[in-house]
Write a protein that binds this ligand. Structure first.
Ligand code: ADP
Ligand code: ADP
Length: 225
């Protein structure tokens, strides 16, 4: 079963007197253990789609379902909870806090959680992305690739069902990007998480299970190599 599903999703923005149809009847789904990569030209609707999947925005028409549940039926509290624990985020520019160590950055999204194993899980995740010897380094003491590994570990701390990645290799050189993609592929399987990534990095297409091409708010092509 798809963990996230968009069905006949239309999104219109009102800009002054002009109406912009950013998404025109989009169908999309992702399963646990699947990496779906969204590609398409600038302005084609990729961010708008990611915002729907991340529960940061709602469609003008159509359905968004999380584990077959209509998102419109969620209460505000449930939505907040889902955004916090159901979805992990990885960004092009890492979004790490410079004053905190690697392990503190990874723990941060789970600070509200009083369970005692938070620190252990953060250490475990950092070890799994090969940073067991960098736990107390701050982002400034780490390379770009290492910083992105910290961000990947952070995105998984609350054991999300979905990992949203916005140009995760965008600020990395080819080889470093490759190691991040290998890491994501491994974690996708270990954690049984659905990864939805937006990218311009062709290298990513070698790692993806499904590629979705969007043009002018319409999904033009879905390929499963
Ligand atoms: P992409 O991520 O593929 O570059 P976007 O989803 O950001 O595309 O944008 C799709 C279309 O929607 C573009 O025409 C963009 O200008 C428009 N758009 C996006 N967000 C807004 C907004 N908040 N208000 C008005 N128009 C928007
Ligand atoms: P951009 O790349 O458009 O300049 P960001 O890198 O800040 O902006 O975010 C890109 C996209 O990441 C947003 O359009 C949104 O779809 C997604 N996003 C995801 N999660 C979050 C979150 N918790 N807070 C903010 N944005 C998120």
């Amino acid at each position: 079963m798809s963990v996230i599903e968009l069905e006949d999703v239309v999104k219109r923005y009102q800009s002054g007197t002009e109406t912009i149809e950013a998404l025109k009847s989009v169908d999309f789904r992702a399963d646990r253990g699947e990496m779906v990569t969204v590609i398409g030209p600038s302005g084609s609707g990729k961010s708008t789609m990611l915002n729907m999947i991340g529960l940061l925005d709602t469609p003008t028409e159509g359905h968004v379902r999380l584990d077959a549940r209509e998102v419109t039926d969620f209460s505000e509290d449930e939505l907040t909870e889902e955004r916090r624990t159901g979805i992990g985020f990885v960004f092009q520019d890492f979004h790490l806090l410079p004053m905190l160590t690697a392990v503190e950055n990874v723990e941060l999204p789970s600070m509200w959680d009083t369970s005692v194993d938070r620190h252990d899980r953060a250490v475990d995740l950092l070890e799994r992305v090969g940073l067991g010897d960098r736990l107390d380094h701050t982002p400034g003491q780490l390379s770009g690739g290492q910083q992105q590994r910290v961000a990947v570990a952070r995105s998984l701390i609350n054991e999300p069902d979905i990992l949203l990645a916005d140009e995760p290799t965008g600020n990395l050189d080819q080889d470093t990007g490759k190691t991040i993609l290998e890491e994501l592929t491994r974690l996708k399987e270990d954690e049984n998480v659905a990864i939805v990534a937006v990218t311009h990095d062709d290298q990513m297409l070698d790692y993806t299970d499904t590629t979705v091409r969007i043009v002018d708010g319409v999904i033009r092509e879905v390929s499963r190599p």
